[in-house]
Design a protein around this ligand. Structure first.
Ligand SMILES: [Zn+2]
Length: 275
């Protein structure tokens, strides 16, 4: 059996790291500066929740603390996420390794951020998350050690090469599992990563990801997207209803294409729990 995870990063709209700034901003749109925005993220969460219901897929949502707090003011997030796994994605979209901001966090700071992120999810949703994805997927051994120490079961920040069609979670020395995204080949033999970002920005098609899934032979294929990417793009800003429908259609096509191949979607906590 081939298994897959559909994972969603719920964070600030069109998030943007800036040199020397600890918390992430949002890409500036007409009349606004880079102050974080969350409207597209919240709207995208509602849209995705409907799509996943329709396809009977249970997903894993990595929730940024600030985004979750904001969205909870406007929507019944407990209900929207009821069937899905909830996991952590930092508090204000911190860049742990400082690769983009120039501000590198110590292990102790990563520990504090990850615990605060978990408390926010627990307080708002009443569930204790066991998984973490680092903002920008920036994590190193110090960060992974801090997550293990903070009591997380797994991290899903890295991207690993699919070898001979195989990719699977791996247990690290600390006992933490790494549940990587996949890097493989599309139908034309070109390198492709299992993050749907380029599809929503018009640089990839749904068929490219279906091609990646076709080359997947065994293990656990982790797909990822942002909730805001269903309703806003970096290229064009917030989308109108018609454009939004197109992005939902592309996402549906990828997921249906994988289901048609007999791939079964499972939440990460369930997949690891049965391992
Ligand atoms: Zn993020």
């Amino acid at each position: 059996m081939r298994y897959a995870a559909f994972t969603v990063d719920v964070d600030r709209d069109a998030n943007l790291a800036e040199r020397g700034r600890y918390e992430a901003g949002s890409r500036a749109i007409a009349g606004l500066d880079t102050t974080p925005r969350f409207a597209s993220s919240g709207k995208g969460l509602r849209v995705l929740s409907e799509l996943l219901d329709d396809l009977s897929i249970h997903a894993t949502f990595f929730l940024e603390g600030d985004a979750l707090r904001d969205i909870a003011h406007h929507a019944d997030v407990r209900e929207l996420l009821r069937k899905h796994e909830v996991a952590c994605h930092g508090v204000c979209h911190e860049d742990f390794t400082g690769e983009s901001t120039g501000i590198c966090l110590t292990g102790e700071q990563v520990g504090q951020v990850s615990k605060e992120s978990r408390s926010i999810v627990r307080d708002i949703l009443g569930r204790v998350p066991t998984g973490f994805r680092a903002p920008y997927q920036h994590i190193d051994d110090i960060g992974l050690g801090a997550l293990a120490k903070a009591g997380f079961t797994y991290d899903s920040s890295k991207t690993e090469k699919m070898i001979d069609g195989k990719i699977a979670p791996k247990e690290l020395d600390s006992g933490l599992f790494e549940v990587p995204l996949a890097c493989g080949k599309d139908g034309q033999g070109k390198k492709i990563v299992s993050y749907l970002w380029p599809m929503h920005e018009g640089k990839r098609t749904a068929d490219d990801y279906i091609g990646l899934a076709s080359s997947f032979r065994s293990g656990y294929l982790v797909l990822a997207t942002h909730s805001w990417h269903l309703t806003e793009t970096f290229r064009s800003g917030p989308l109108d209803a018609k454009q939004c429908k197109i992005e939902v259609g592309k996402t549906r096509k990828v997921l249906e294409g994988m289901l048609d191949q007999g791939i079964k979607f499972r939440k990460i906590e369930d997949y690891l729990g049965d391992g």
